[in-house]
Design a binder for this molecule. Sequence first.
Ligand SMILES: Cc1cc2nc3c(=O)[nH]c(=O)nc-3n(C[C@H](O)[C@H](O)[C@H](O)COP(=O)(O)OP(=O)(O)OC[C@H]3O[C@@H](n4cnc5c(N)ncnc54)[C@H](O)[C@@H]3O)c2cc1C
Length: 285
Amino acid sequence: MANLVSSPSPSPRARPGRVVIIGCGFGGLEATRALKDADLDITVVDRQNHHLFQPLLYQVATAGLTAPAIAEPIRRMFRTQRNVTVLMAEVTGLDAVQKHVNLQDGQVLPYDHLIVAASPLGKLVAAATGAQSDRAGRVKVESDLSVKGHPDISVVGDLAAAMSYAEKRPPAPVPGVSPAAKQMGRTAARNILRRIKGQPTQAFRYANYGDLATIGRHSAVADVEVPWLGKLRFTGLPAWLFWLCVHVFFLIGFRNRLVVLIDWAWAYFTFERHARIVVGRAQDS
Ligand SMILES: Cc1cc2nc3c(=O)[nH]c(=O)nc-3n(C[C@H](O)[C@H](O)[C@H](O)COP(=O)(O)OP(=O)(O)OC[C@H]3O[C@@H](n4cnc5c(N)ncnc54)[C@H](O)[C@@H]3O)c2cc1C
C-alpha cells in the first residue's frame, strides 16, 4: 500500500475532475496551490514526504544549515487545501490511453488531467506518450506545456524542454531554475481550468527577474529587475544581504525561516558550522 497521508475526499468521483500531480518540488507545489479554489479532486504523489528547497542544498552540504531547515512536509503544506490528497509513493508507470498512473506498490491512480513535475520521469513520459526528448532527457512540450497529442498531460519544471513565448520576441528556451518551475506549474494549472471551461489554453511565458549568486562569506553578485527601479546590478555585502533575504523569503514555513536566519547569524559571527553530522555507516557511502 502507498502511504496515504491525507484523504479529505470520500469518493474518487465526488468532484467533476481528477487531477494527478506527480512530484512536489517547485513545479508541483505551485500547480497544486494554483488549483486551490478549483472544484477538482487533486492527488499529489511524491516519493518523499517533504518538499525540498534545493537552492540551499549547498549550504546543507557545507554544514552551514541542517537538512530539516530546508524541508517541509508536503502534508503540512496542504493541510488547509480541502481538495488535495497527498500520497507518499513512487510512480513507476503511465498509461496515457487508459489515463492512469501506476505506483510501485501496484496501486493505479486514474486521472482526467495529469501534471508531471518529477525530473527522473523523462523516459517514462516519452515512452507512454511518444513525446520527443532533448539530449538532456527532458520532454519536449507544446507552447502551453502539454505533451504533443496529449492535451490532458502537462510537463513542468526541470523535466520540461519548454520555450518561453513573450510578445514581440522570438521563442526562447526556459532555464532549469526554481522560478521557471514555479511559473510553469501555475501555467499548467491555469490551462487545466481553461480546458475544463472550453477556453483556449495559454502559451507559457517565463518572467525572468534576474540572477543572484553567492560567491563568499559576505559576497554575492546580483543582477536583478526591481519593480519601479528597473534593472539593478550590485555586488559585495549588499548583494549578499539581498541574496540572504530572497532565500529566506522564499523558504516554506515560518519555523524554517527562523531556523535558517539563526543558523546563518550564528555561523556568520562565530565562524562555526554546527551541522557537521554524518548519518549512515561508512560502508553505505
Ligand atoms: C544543488 C542544487 C542547487 C540549486 N540552486 C538553485 C538556485 O540557487 N536557484 C534556482 O533557481 N534553482 C536552483 N536549482 C535548481 C532548482 O532546484 C530546480 O530548477 C527546481 O527544483 C526544479 O523544480 P521541479 O519542480 O522541476 O523538480 P524538483 O524540485 O526536483 O522536484 C521533483 C520532485 O519529484 C519527486 N519525484 C521524483 N521522482 C519521482 C517518482 N518516480 N515518483 C514520485 N515522485 C518523484 C521528488 O521527490 C521531488 O520532490 C538548484 C538545484 C540543485 C540540485
